[in-house]
Design a protein around this ligand. Structure first.
Ligand code: GRG
Length: 299
């Protein structure tokens, strides 16, 4: 299967699972539920669930088991986007070509929808036994997800990003933000997939972390490149900062050509990590394809 077929396959699967998770909630007709539904089910590449499935399947885990961490991580991602779009944060009115949650349902309901999705992620992970996964491992998965999304992970990244607004950062500070804001959840997706294999997978976590950190950063570098070269043309550059975005970016700090080189270096780092796994007999084809997709995507 090529990547686009695999992505579609996993996207169809996770969309059904997410829909079922939401249908299990009570009070289906109230705005809160509709807002949660809007935040979760109106599109999205489903890259994080893909990473859970691709990593887990590499360890021979049944996709039925992987549905649980894959949906938990996507609920966290959906919550983060709803809150990121709020007037107090990025104040965006469009996401995935649709009105953002607070535009469609009001700020109060959007805040609650984000809160509901965040907590639902942990309900899913803690309430559902996974065949072949011990309670100890499941607790480790809960802890992994909490750390990656909370004040030592994504929330910290968002706070650092808010603090950096209007300032020109150096490369190290920019990387610290992205490693937390987007990288932590990408790393957790891969770790959750691996942890489903229990103790056997633990020895491979450092290699998987190397892959995760490289693709997490590459994703962000490419995102910044697309902001410059895509439809949303940036109007100016000032000391490393894209003026139109009001924040430091890789093309702003490095120039476009060097930013592209950086994405390529990170891609190579990801592939090197996977080569290590291949030496242990793992089939890393899907993870390789995702790394290529991240640096080659044009939207
Ligand atoms: C509000 C606590 C809190 C955190 C928000 C992840 C995040 C932190 C903000 C997202 C801001 C943003 C648009 C960053 C650019 C890169 C990025 C993470 C894009 C969105 O992720 P995709 O491309 O989204 O995986 P889809 O729509 O495909 O699900």
């Amino acid at each position: 299967m090529d990547l686009s077929t695999t992505l579609t396959h996993y996207r169809t699967r996770i969309d059904r699972v997410l829909q079922e998770c939401l249908e299990n909630l009570t009070f289906q007709s109230i705005p809160l539920y509709k807002a949660m539904h809007h935040g979760v089910l109106l599109g999205g590449k489903r890259m994080r669930p893909f990473l859970v499935y691709a990593t887990g399947e590499m360890f021979g885990i049944d996709p039925k088991v992987l549905d649980i961490p894959a949906s938990a991580i996507e609920f966290i991602h959906a919550y983060s986007l709803i809150h990121d779009d709020l007037p107090a944060m990025d104040n965006d009115s469009l996401r995935r070509g649709q009105p953002t949650c607070h535009i469609a349902f009001g700020e109060d309901t959007a805040i609650l929808a984000g809160d509901g999705l965040l907590t639902q992620a942990f309900t899913i992970l803690s309430d559902n036994a996974m065949q072949g996964v011990s309670d100890t491992t499941r607790l480790a998965m809960v802890s992994e997800l909490a750390r990656a999304s909370g004040a030592a992970g994504m929330v910290l990244g968002q706070a650092l990003d808010l603090q950096a607004e209007g300032k020109t950062l150096d490369l190290a500070a920019l990387e610290t933000i992205h490693r937390h804001k987007t990288g932590a959840l990408i790393r957790a997706a891969i770790r959750l997939g691996a942890l489903c294999a229990g103790e056997e997978s633990r020895q491979y976590l450092p290699i998987l972390d190397r892959y995760a950190e490289a693709i997490g950063l590459a994703f962000q570098v490419q995102d910044d490149i697309l902001d410059v070269t895509g439809d949303s043309q940036v109007t100016g550059k000032q000391q490393g900062m894209d003026v139109a975005l009001g924040k430091s970016t890789y093309p702003g700090l490095l120039g476009l050509a060097q930013a592209r080189n950086k994405a390529q270096e990170l891609y190579q780092e990801a592939i090197n990590a996977l080569t290590q796994l291949e030496k242990h007999g793992f089939n890393t084809q899907q993870l390789q394809a995702l790394a290529s997709y991240i640096v080659e995507r044009n939207k």
